[in-house]
Design a binder for this molecule. Structure first.
Ligand code: FPP
Length: 254
């Protein structure tokens, strides 16, 4: 079905053999880092790194969908990214619109549900329109949920959830005794989704950068020096393979 990338799966046969297809992580989240450095190394403008990053998005979405990952959350624009130059911000917004317009048929055909986390009302109108059209078109699909983190910040998300909580308490819908982790989880942008099992950060940095702060309590982290535009299907397989060999105890003793 997928035709994003033809003949790009030479390596898949061998590497997939190492992955237990019965234990694919349900939710993978990725901090798509290194686009700027990728471009700099090639003496290209930073925006070319982002453009190449979109190509990586396409191959990783396709592979996650084929592997049966249920949720893929991509950190595409943080609440802090507004501090970048006007030119770069605007290039990123244009890439988002371009991506949604050019890929929506393919995504829809393959059962992908397009979703977002973050405060999208802060995005330019054209992005909001394209996002809403994509949500509407794909909302009844049953495949991979592609969660685009846009104007997203983990702290902002927690503040936002607390505000919703206070509103509910004020309205008498909840009392102090009702408040617990589940209630707060449901008020996050990710409400109703499982926490990420695996968080991937390419490009050599080993920090969270305000990503999924509430949800990452028991996520497994996977870092690599590869820059996001170069992130391959093989890298994804390696991350999943490593994940499958971790001993997840969730604080308990086996
Ligand atoms: C981080 O690399 C990357 C971003 C802030 C933007 C990620 C966005 C895309 C890949 C494309 C747009 C999104 C969609 C959904 C179409 P960086 O620029 O911080 O890299 P650097 O650390 O090397 O400078």
């Amino acid at each position: 079905m997928w035709s994003f990338f033809k003949n790009n799966h030479k390596e898949k046969i061998d590497i997939n053999a190492n992955i237990d297809l019965e234990r694919i992580p349900k939710h993978i989240a990725i901090i798509m880092d290194g686009n700027g450095r990728w471009a700099k190394e090639r003496r290209l403008p930073r925006t070319m790194g982002h453009r190449q990053g979109v190509i990586a998005i396409k191959r990783i979405v396709k592979e996650c969908s084929q592997l049966g990952v249920k949720y893929l959350t991509l950190y595409a624009f943080s609440t802090e990214n507004w501090k970048r130059s006007q030119e770069e911000v605007s290039a990123l917004m244009n890439l988002l619109v371009e991506f949604l317009i050019s890929e929506i048929n393919e995504l829809h055909k393959n059962g992908v549900v397009v979703n977002s986390i973050g405060n999208i009302s802060g995005l330019p109108e054209k992005c909001q329109e394209q996002l809403k059209a994509s949500f509407e078109r794909t909302k009844n699909n049953k495949g991979l949920v592609l969660n685009l983190a846009l104007n997203y910040g983990g702290r902002d998300e927690i503040v936002n959830a607390v505000k919703k909580l206070v509103t509910k308490v004020d309205a008498g819908e909840l009392t102090e005794e009702d408040i617990n982790e589940d209630v707060l989880s449901r008020l996050m942008y990710t409400g109703g989704m499982p926490d990420p099992d695996l968080i991937i950060r390419p490009s050599g940095e080993q920090r969270l950068s305000n990503f999924l702060l509430w949800q990452c309590a028991y996520s497994e982290f996977w870092y690599s020096n590869i820059k996001w535009p170069d992130f391959s299907v093989e890298d994804l397989h390696n991350a999943i393979y490593d994940f499958q060999n971790r001993d997840r105890r969730f604080g308990a003793v086996k």
